[in-house]
Design a protein around this ligand. Structure first.
Ligand code: FES
Length: 225
């Protein structure tokens, strides 16, 4: 069938009209859509690092209290703390996650990531023990042990129970994650993890400790982008 000039123009006018209608109706429709479904109650959100209730630990009587520098009296006091900033669900899909908060000897590489204690010879640092960068298990602080991989003895490390990756909390180095992003992490010493255990920057606010979301991208793995 021959396309006449008149038919073409009529078609073009029709399409333009449809486009204008679309331009007018899409924003209007959007305003009618319900807000995205969220599971997290915004009233429960907290940047503060609060002690997890855990029997048998040195912080067992501090459950749900905001952690302070003074709580960590000794180097290698390590506690599991809850962290649930407002945008965590949007970023990581969880309302609240757990981190390991530790007082560790100060080393280069920790600048801007931790809170200095006393004369500056130790720092409070938070580690993303919520998920190992290998296959998402939860590394645990281990005071001392012998590596089942190398047979070497070690002290004060994070050990992943699933495939025995070992991370050094005082060696904070720049890693490149599987997406090509730079991540500051506790160095991977051995095991199958692709790189180190990311840290979460912490700061002091109103006398308590908070986790910062400035580097939330460092925590996006295990299917989170
Ligand atoms: S999940 Fe941690 S080493 Fe495999």
């Amino acid at each position: 069938m021959e396309i006449t000039r008149r038919g073409f123009l009529q078609g073009a006018i029709g399409l333009a009209g449809a486009g204008m209608t679309g331009a007018l109706t899409v924003p209007a429709l959007k305003s009618l859509l319900p807000p995205p479904i969220t599971r997290c109650n915004k009233d429960d959100a907290h940047d503060t690092l609060t002690f997890k209730s855990e029997g048998g630990k040195w912080y067992e009587n501090k459950g749900n209290e905001v952690a302070t520098v003074a709580d960590f009296e000794n180097i290698w006091d390590v506690a599991i703390v809850n962290w649930g900033p407002e945008n965590l669900e949007e970023e990581l899909g969880a309302c609240e996650i757990q981190l390991a908060l530790a007082r560790v000897p100060t080393e280069t590489g920790m600048e801007g990531l931790g809170v200095s204690v006393g004369d500056g010879s130790s720092m409070l640092m938070a580690y993303h023990t919520y998920k190992c960068p290998h296959l998402c298990c939860k590394p645990v602080y281990t005071e001392q042990g012998t590596s089942a991989i190398s047979g070497k003895d070690y002290e004060n490390m994070f050990l992943c129970p699933c495939h025995l990756s070992l991370f050094d909390p005082i060696s904070i180095i720049k890693n490149i994650d599987e997406q090509g992003r730079e991540v500051m992490a506790a160095e991977l010493l051995e095991g199958p993890a692709p790189y180190g255990l990311p840290v979460v920057p912490v700061a002091e606010q109103n006398g308590g400790l908070i986790g910062l979301t400035t580097e939330i991208e460092w925590l996006k793995y295990c299917g989170q982008g």
